[in-house]
Design a protein around this ligand. Structure first.
Ligand code: ZN
Length: 501
C-alpha cells in the first residue's frame, strides 16, 4: 500500500481480451509447477448493483501438505470488520472522513451455510472480534488427505473508499471472500483487520472466480479472463489465476483502458474515460514491470491491471491488480504510487511476508525499488537522490517534532502493525525509515551486490513467504557482508538517521 506521507509533513474501454489469449504460454507452464502444490479457491459472485450486495459461493479445495493432522480450518472474514459494532475497525479516526465522504456506512459478510465434503458443518465465528470462520472437520485430515469446504455467503458493501466498498462509479472488492489463515507452529494467524498497514498474510493458491454484473460495468481482476457469457440479462465473466496469494477485483462503469504488452505479459492501465494521460500511465507501468523483471525476476503472470479507483490511501496492491487512488493531487505523486504498487508485485506478491509483523520488508523494498526505477528511467522529474533526501528531511523533522512533545519516541521497525501508536508513526517507521534502511544498506554492500541479493531472494522464495530472519540472512550470505549489527540497529530503533554517513 502507499500512504499519503508527503502530506503528513505539511500538516505537522477498450477490451484487452485479444492480447490476453496470445501471451504467456511459457509462463503458464512455469506457474503450473507451483500451482500443483497449492490449494484452490472456486468462487462465484453475483452482484446486485442496485442495492450493493452480492451473493457468493466458495468451494475451497484443500490438501493437507503438512506432517500434522488438521482438525479445523480457520478463514479470515475481512468484510466483518466493516460491520456495525465491530471492535477492530479497518480505518483510523484520522482517515475516517476520507474513507466515508458520504458519512460512515457499514458492510458485512454473512455466512449462510458451510459444508465439508458435502456434509453440513456448524458455523463458528472465532477470533478477537468474531472475525474468523472456524470450520471443524468431521475427521482429522492427515498428510495427503484432500477435503472440500463449501461456503455460501452474502456480502453487503459499505459506501466508502476502502479496499472493500463502493463509491460513485466504482466497486472495490479487496479481501472480500473467506481466505484460509496461515498456520505456523500449530497456530492459525488470528490477526484482525487493523487500520494500520496492510494487515494480511496468506499462502499462494489457485483461483477460479466468476463475477456476474450488469453489462454496463467493466470488471478488472487478478488473473486472466477465460470466458464471458450472458446470464439472465447480466454478464458473467470467469477468471483464473494460478499461484497468487490473493484475488481482488475492481468493477466500474466509467473505464477506458490502454495496454502496453510484450510477448509475455500485458500491462493494462484502466483510468476514467475523461482522463488524458491513459497512454502515458500505461507506458510508465509497463516500463516498471520491465525494469523489475530485469532487476529482480521476470513477472510471471500474463496480466497486470493498474486500476484507478476511489481509494482512501494512495494505492493498494493485490496479485495481478493494483488500485490507484483517484484523488492523487500531482502527477509526480501518481507516478510514484503506480511504480510503488507495481514493485509490490515482487515484494508481497511473489515473495510474501507476514505484513502484520514484517511490513518493513515489503514496504521498505517497494519504496526503495521505486527509487531504483526512477534512478534508471528519466523523464518523470523524479530521482533516486530526491526520494532519499525527501525521506531524510521528513524523517528527521518527524523525530524532532515528536521528541519535542513526547519523550517516548518510538523508532522501531519490527513491531506488529497494531503496536504503532497511529498511522503517522507506522508510516514514518515502515515506509520512510524503510527506504533509508535500504539506501544505507546499499552504502555497505554496493548497488550491484544488493540488487543481486534481492534478485536471489525473488528466485529462491518466489510464491512462498519469508520473514525478517530469512531476509537478513539471505542478504548477509549473498553480499558476503556482516550486516547483523546494521539490521539490528535499524529494526530495534537505534540507528541515527541523517548523521551516520
Ligand atoms: Zn506499499
Amino acid at each position: 500500500m502507499k500512504r499519503f506521507w508527503q502530506k503528513f509533513v505539511c500538516v505537522s474501454v477498450v477490451l484487452v481480451l485479444g492480447c490476453m489469449f496470445f501471451v504467456g504460454c511459457s509462463n503458464e507452464r512455469y506457474l503450473k509447477k507451483f500451482a500443483k502444490k497449492q490449494n484452490t479457491y472456486n468462487i462465484d459472485l453475483v452482484l446486485d448493483t442496485d442495492v450493493m450486495t452480492a451473493s457468493g459461493y466458495e468451494k475451497f479445495e484443500y490438501e493437507n501438505r503438512t506432517d500434522s493432522g488438521v482438525e479445523t480450518l480457520v478463514f479470515h472474514l475481512y468484510p466483518r470488520a466493516f460491520r456495525e459494532g465491530a471492535s477492530v475497525k479497518p480505518y483510523s479516526n484520522l482517515s475516517e472522513a476520507r474513507c466515508f465522504p458520504n458519512g460512515v456506512d457499514y458492510g458485512d459478510i454473512s455466512i449462510n451455510e458451510v459444508k465439508v465434503n458435502g456434509k453440513k458443518s456448524q458455523i463458528n465465528f472465532v477470533g478477537e472480534d468474531d472475525d474468523k470462520l472456524e470450520v471443524v472437520l468431521q475427521e482429522t485430515c492427515f498428510h495427503g488427505d484432500e477435503i472440500d469446504v463449501e461456503i455460501w455467503f452474502d456480502l453487503e458493501l459499505p459506501n466508502c473508499t476502502h479496499r472493500f466498498g463502493y463509491f460513485e462509479n466504482n466497486i472495490n472488492l479487496g479481501n472480500f471472500y473467506p481466505i484460509l489463515a496461515v498456520k505456523e507452529n500449530g497456530e492459525y494467524d488470528m490477526t484482525p483487520y487493523y487500520a494500520n498497514g496492510d494487515p494480511f498474510y496468506s499462502e499462494c493458491a489457485n483461483y477460479n472466480v466468476s463475477v456476474t454484473v450488469p453489462e454496463s460495468f467493466s470488471v478488472f481482476s487478478s488473473g486472466n479472463e477465460t470466458k464471458r457469457e450472458e446470464v439472465n440479462g447480466k454478464v458473467k465473466t470467469r477468471f483464473s489465476a494460478l499461484s497468487v496469494r490473493d484475488f481482488a477485483l475492481v468493477i466500474g462503469g466509467n473505464f477506458e483502458v490502454k495496454t502496453a504488452s510484450n510477448k509475455k505479459y500485458n500491462v493494462n492501465y484502466a483510468g476514467y474515460k475523461e482522463d488524458k494521460d491513459l497512454e502515458g500511465n500505461a507506458k510508465l507501468a509497463f516500463k516498471a514491470v520491465e525494469f523489475f523483471s530485469e532487476v529482480f525476476k521476470e513477472y510471471p503472470y500474463q496480466n497486470l491491471n493498474i486500476v484507478k479507483t476511489p481509494f482512501v490511501h494512495g494505492g493498494m496492491e493485490y496479485p495481478g491488480l493494483v488500485m490507484i487512488s483517484d484523488t492523487l493531487s500531482t502527477e509526480e505523486e501518481k507516478h510514484k504510487v503506480i511504480v510503488h504498487e507495481i514493485a509490490h508485485e515482487w515484494w508481497y506478491g511473489l515473495v510474501g511476508v507476514n505484513e502484520t509483523k514484517d511490513a518493513w520488508i515489503d514496504e521498505g523494498l517497494a519504496e526503495f525499488s521505486t527509487a531504483l526505477f526512477f534512478d534508471s528511467v528519466s523523464g518523470y522529474g523524479i530521482s533516486y537522490n530526491q526520494m532519499v533526501n525527501d525521506a531524510i528531511t521528513s524523517y528527521t523533522l518527524y523525530v524532532d517534532v515528536i521528541s519535542s512533545i513526547d519523550r517516548s519516541l518510538n523508532t522501531k521497525m519490527n513491531l506488529r502493525v497494531n503496536e504503532y501508536l497511529n498511522e503517522y508513526e507506522y508510516t514514518y517507521m515502515i515506509y520512510i525509515k524503510g527506504i533509508l534502511l535500504f539506501d544505507d544498506l546499499m552504502k555497505i554492500t554496493g548497488k550491484e551486490k544488493l540488487t543481486k541479493a534481492l534478485s536471489k531472494i525473488c528466485k529462491d522464495y518466489a510464491f512462498s513467504n519469508i520473514d525478517t530472519d530469512i531476509f537478513t540472512e539471505s542478504i548477509k550470505r549473498s553480499t558476503k557482508k556482516d550486516t547483523d549489527a546494521f539490521f539490528t540497529s535499524y529494526l530495534e530503533g537505534d540507528a541515527i538517521i541523517g548523521k551516520v554517513h
